[in-house]
Design a protein around this ligand. Sequence first.
Ligand code: DAH
Length: 334
Amino acid sequence: MATLEDLKEKVRSLRTEFQQALAQAQDLGLLEQIRVRFTGRKSELTQLLRSLKDLPPESRREAGELLNTLKEEFLSALQQKRQELEAKAVQRLDLTLPARPLTWGTLHLLTLTLKEILEIFAGMGFTIEEGPNIEWDHYNFEALNIPKYHPARETQSTFFITDEMLLRTHTSPVQVRVMERKSPPLRFVAPGRVFRVDPFDASHAPAFFQMEGLYVDRHVTFAELKGTLEAFLRQFFGEETKVRFVPSHFPFTEPSAEVLILWRGAQGREQWLEVLGCGMVHPNVFRAVGYDPQEWKGFAFGFGIERLAMVKYGVPDIRWFTENDLRFLKGARR
Ligand code: DAH
């Protein structure tokens, strides 16, 4: 170090530098960096203090005072800034705020409905089977007595993957798959996704859930079909529910019926609503799986799971099931 004048100049520039740096310090980490840089062991200030002894004796006292004042200035400014930053951090973490309420998850309304339905059928001795979402034309149509030219294919416009492979349009192919694999008697339900080329509106969806049911034994009658489905519908919709069977047509059953329930909707008006398709298994379906239609009889039924949930729980729009609106999801809590 040369002269006292040089030192004064140095002190001025260090002070300016320090003040600028301090003004930038937004958190305690940065403040610590500034403390180390300006007052630490390797700081310029510390170097200068060490080299005081090299000054001519007559300048030493004044130079020493100058540097020590600067150091005290730095330390007290750092101290003050630290207190400011700590106060701010405490403000941000307001411990007096009430805790966030605990929120509980819930099963989806469709899952709850499915469980409810499966429990009812389990109570009547039905087991559960499943089939693939991607299906052969053979299982979806052909073996169910719906040949290539049949108009029933038109009503189930389909997502084809190849000429022979498609996204299944109903759960009925599971009937065929299970009968092929197992010998009678059989009693099962088969829930699962189905797909149709439908517009996505309040009552249609390109993908939805169905449940199929099949009961095969030596002496199955239409009376048992009626009894079973009435028992199911009364357990699901309530013991007082009125049930009506109306003649209908499905290629894989003969005779066939649609099942209606008398239901009081949201507006309080009673109405007959179609909720199920069913019938006695067509002999051609038994033939397709190698069962002798003289020896075996059976009934089958199928319904949409969203549809049943919409009726029972008053859901006005099928799209609500997939929109994941929390107001809908939370409404399912039970
Ligand atoms: N597969 C029919 C559909 O998707 C529903 C159905 C009707 C299934 C009658 C059946 C039945 O097993 O017997 O519309």
